[in-house]
Write a protein that binds this ligand. Structure first.
Ligand SMILES: [Zn+2]
Length: 103
């Protein structure tokens, strides 16, 4: 025994249509529930795109600064430690942002 979600009347568990109000329960089963919350809002989507672009630029800039520090400025600490760390960090964030968007 099941209950109709519309009129709350009893109906057969296997019945597709409610015998009291005619509610078609097959419709509600087929329909995907609307995604809700911040993770699916347009603002979050926009934030993800912006974050992806920013971290993408950060990646390229870090790589450039890394080479510039090594070959032009000869700042070994920057070229071998800090900019590679910045690059890896931003690259990881970029991967995370892109993966969230394509879920
Ligand atoms: Zn009903």
């Amino acid at each position: 025994m099941a209950f109709c979600p519309k009129c709350n009347g009893t109906m057969e568990a296997t019945a597709i249509e409610c015998p009291h109000c005619g509610y078609d329960s097959s419709e509600s089963y087929q329909r995907e529930p609307e995604p809700a919350g911040f993770a699916y809002s347009r603002l979050a989507e926009l934030a993800l795109v912006v974050a992806s672009v920013v971290t993408g630029c950060g990646c390229v800039l870090s790589a450039y600064f890394c080479f510039a520090s090594l070959f032009f400025e000869r700042h070994w600490m920057n070229g071998l430690v800090w900019y590679p760390i910045a690059f890896l960090y931003q690259f990881a964030m970029l991967v995370v942002f892109i993966r969230i968007q394509h879920k």
